[in-house]
Design a binder for this molecule. Sequence first.
Ligand code: SF4
Length: 266
Amino acid sequence: MNKNATTSISSIYGPVHSWRLGKSLGIDLIMDPSTCSFNCTYCQLGFIQKITTERKVFVQTKKVLDDFRASNWQSADVITFSGSGEPTLAKNIGEVITKIKKITNKPIGILTNATLFNDPSVRAAVAGASVISVKLDAPDDKTLQAINRPASGINLNLILSGVQKLKKEFHGKLQIQTMFMPQNKNQIKELAKLLNEIKPDEVALNTPTRPYPSGWDIITRGAHGEDAKKIKFETKPLKQLTPEEAKEIEYKLKESTGLNILSVYK
Ligand code: SF4
């Protein structure tokens, strides 16, 4: 797909059902191609087309606002910045949040991998959100490389220091979301230690419910349930936690952190 093809595609998708956030209208500030500072082995977008930490404007603010006004935003519970990659890579995220808040007072969520929060301008840009859901799958760099395959220069210490800075400044709800994979499902003690340092408002325990596509197409950004069948590439189902494993992890995390734990299995 190229830029000309995507100008006719909306930067808004859904609403889709998000088990963490409810009926969620997605805002995609990245679009084409998929661009992220991670390349997670479970990403619903498949192998990330552009792995980078470079911030820029991918989709003009005017287009996002026009698409938003034309969308079915009234039916959503929450407006969520997610889409075809890492939303904080978009330099206009702060401007878009401010302008969307002039149109609606619905809560605004951001799903992020937290790789850019050492940059004060990124923290300032997301300050207007109601909830920030930060991905934290790895308690060490080896697991970070195995699961999240970050852009060069990103390591766990850098991510954690950014999250700590965000936690000090952000007045909304800070959620940590952890995807459990074969590589980290036995690292509960190590993950709990990090959670005790961060002290988020809640933890969302996840397992890969969406398949991993062998190629990228913009449709993958909102491909939940039946929509996942529309992906034209071959998809690979990923190993999920059993409900018993999820229950045990939830119990252990709750016991060692005292935090509120949400689970995809509830
Ligand atoms: S951080 Fe999100 S968008 Fe980026 S590769 Fe991981 S799952 Fe995909």
